[in-house]
Design a binder for this molecule. Structure first.
Ligand code: UDP
Length: 311
């Protein structure tokens, strides 16, 4: 039986990955300091003999006894609101945390997968974004703490690959949504759903013409798993290329929740990317992966999750 360590395993993506890897027959050791993760996301796994949870901040030395085959490094604040409130922690987990997780991979001769992000492309000048685009990031802007931490994490991962021969994988994760997102993480989809369900105004930032491409969680996790098992050591975009404006997603959520909420327009956050859409040719060719869940179905599942949360 293979063993995987997932840092940030109690977060939105991390907890779904715990489920996926257990389902695929692996042992899972979940590490999380619970700053933005939530034990509720993994509470159903308590008592599962193949699952264990360690409360730990991975910017400090990570000690795991026994053999480890895979390390999936997902620990990081990951929503704009979170990393603006936790700028130093975000920089530390992307740098020191990635260093510790890579050190563990080297020690255990384990394969390492980095959760990187479409934010490495910044406010992109090339559209859609292929993996060989180097990005347009403002290092000293408010988003710089996340973008640069992840860019550093990619550089460190490639250095461990080249100089220490660690087997590494880099996923550039685009906007992803689904059950277990935090209701108050400040992201567009949870914000809009909670506002719509509570009959509050829907807060579209700017004029809502900025675009995003939203991937449902099961598709995302499927892509990450395929990347983990592949032999591709250069970055791969994992996301859904179906692009839409933020105003369109707001309207779609109002329709699906049958809400009477009205849209209001608030100030656009600094350096908010104007467009974002993954080029997934590489994922499709190298991993044989593409998203299959219809956005409406994904949104309905997510709305149901938040309805239960409210009740
Ligand atoms: N957004 C919005 N209203 C909100 C939250 C977010 O209009 O209540 C916008 C945000 O400015 C961005 C897009 O929705 O243009 C996606 O934001 P999110 O925080 O989900 O992720 P990002 O792509 O910015 O990392």
């Amino acid at each position: 039986m293979k063993t995987a360590v997932i840092t940030g395993g109690a977060g939105f993506l991390g907890s779904h990955l715990c489920d996926k890897l257990l389902h695929e027959g692996l042992k899972v050791i979940c590490i999380d300091n619970l700053i933005t993760g939530n034990v509720e996301n993994i509470s159903h796994l308590a008592g599962n003999e193949n699952f264990s949870f360690v409360k730990h901040d991975v910017t400090n030395y990570i000690f795991i006894p026994g053999e480890v085959d895979f390390i999936l490094h997902f620990a990081s604040p990951a929503s704009p609101v979170d990393y603006l409130q936790l700028p130093i922690q975000t920089l530390k987990v992307g740098s020191l945390g990635t260093h510790k997780a890579l050190g563990l991979a080297k020690e255990k001769k384990a394969r390492f997968l980095l959760a990187s992000t479409s934010e490495v492309y910044g406010d992109p000048e090339i559209h859609p974004q292929p993996e060989d685009y180097w990005g347009n990031v403002n290092p000293i802007g408010p988003r710089g703490v996340y973008d640069e931490a992840k860019r550093f994490a990619e550089a460190l991962t490639m250095a461990y690959h080249r100089y220490h021969n660690v087997e590494t994988r880099i996923a550039r994760i685009f906007n992803t949504f689904g059950p277990k997102m935090r209701a108050n993480d400040g992201r567009a989809i949870p914000n809009f759903i909670m506002q719509a369900l509570n009959g509050e105004p829907i807060t579209v930032y700017g004029d809502g013409s900025q675009t995003r491409s939203f991937c449902y969680i099961t598709d995302q996790v499927d892509g990450l798993y395929k990347l983990l098992l592949s032999d591709e050591d250069e970055p791969v975009n994992i996301g859904n290329p179906e692009e839409m404006t933020v105003l369109e997603i707001a309207k779609e959520i109002i329709k699906l929740t049958k809400s009477s909420s009205k849209i209001i327009f608030n100030e656009l956050p600094v350096n908010d990317p104007k467009v974002r859409q993954p080029d997934i040719k590489k994922a499709s060719e190298k991993l044989g992966w593409k998203p299959i869940v219809k956005r409406e179905d994904g949104l309905r599942n997510t709305i149901d999750y938040f309805k239960k949360l409210i009740n």
